[in-house]
Design a protein around this ligand. Sequence first.
Ligand code: CA
Length: 237
Amino acid sequence: MNPAREEIHILEDDPLVAATVARALEDYGFATRWFRTAGELLAAVARQAPPLAIVDLGLPDRDGMEVVRELRQSADCGVLILTGRDVLSERVLGLELGADDYVVKPFEPRELVARIRSILRRRSQPAAAGKARRRACFEAWRYDPASLTLAAADGSEQILGAAEARLLLCFLEHPNRVLSREQLAANPDLSPLDRSIDVRVSRLRRRLDDDTQSPRLIKTVYGAGYVLTAGVRWEIA
Ligand code: CA
């Protein structure tokens, strides 16, 4: 499969966002086609499935999750959710419905392209048929976002609470990048000014056996936020 020769479908009702996504992809050699409504996309996919569809969740005519489900049931194409909704329950639901990945706006073009390439690569391997469940490996830890389970090297497991899980996922998706409190608090029940972010980070450090006094894994960057200093590898669970 040569992804550069096939059109990646972009389902997005906001023309500015659609243009940004298309430009990012085209800069990296992908061809794209834009659909403003779910109805238009599903009609086109029924004629010919693209290698991958990028689906926004907030759409004028349908709920994006329904579109994900429908694509998964009826078409053989990769599905990436690209949304402003950074809510853990949505992320889990999207992945459970069979989306290959979930990226939150605003996105880093290079990261989006890397995720897309990774989906296309997985899908071009025959064993990758069906839904891929991802697991993050970092240092000696393994984390399964679908079950919120954090496993240690010795096999012991802990199930994270929703808020900690959200925070950990945020770090794992942006390793070695300083994340501001605003980014980490992108959640309706948390304010970036609130100390609860710090409390949650401390709790997460304890879960990860990180030294809360001089942390090694999740470091504090004074005046800026926090950074996960670890390489993260995603594998199919
Ligand atoms: Ca939208």
